[in-house]
Design a protein around this ligand. Sequence first.
Ligand code: SAM
Length: 209
Amino acid sequence: MEGRTSSASHWNGVYRMNKRESLGWFAPSLDTSLSLIQAYSNDLDSSILDIGGGSSSLVDDLLARGFSDLSVLDISQIALDDTRSRLGATADAIDLICADIRSPSLNLNEAMVWHDRAVFHFLWTPEELASYRSLLLQTLAPGGKVILGVFSENAPPKCFGLPVNRHSLKSLLAVFGDRFTCMDWLTEIHITPGGVEQEYLYSVWQIQD
Ligand SMILES: C[S@@+](CC[C@H](N)C(=O)[O-])C[C@H]1O[C@@H](n2cnc3c(N)ncnc32)[C@H](O)[C@@H]1O
């Protein structure tokens, strides 16, 4: 499935050319992610890693709720710069990491919560899926949780020009089921700023002992 993958230049172009409030995935606050993080991580010192966090306000909202050990990883430096300038001096307390999640040499600090809204679904090839899984296994702390938000099978097939690998619980189980237990899941309709409905499938996974 070469050619379906996303590049830093694609994403930098997206963030350079569009206001953050007009991006299809934009929401003033990521309420479902926030409530799942709070439900499954009541320790404010827990390390939380937002994979492909872009310029979303999730870190702002987590800081406001007292979470203190936060990292945001994204392939786009422009998105991370936006988050840095939005947060001002508060950004110094956050680890902003510009990296491609598919990079085999990526080495991340241990995290108690791995959050990913709308990034995993851009991965298509068996190699990309395997490398995501292996980075996750390498990074997640014992007892850690994974919170995934992906386009469901009922969502549109593309997002901002890129084809999306839409998922069901069954397809997620095929990737994660042998090492993770699904603790919770739900679907949610996100309405884009342009008025398009996108069904997301959220799921929470715990690494097995
Ligand atoms: C659809 S946006 C979602 C942004 C944010 N998670 C949210 O829900 O508002 C996807 C994000 O993933 C980032 N991204 C895409 N592919 C990536 C990759 N291979 N490695 C790291 N980040 C990536 C993009 O730059 C973008 O910020």
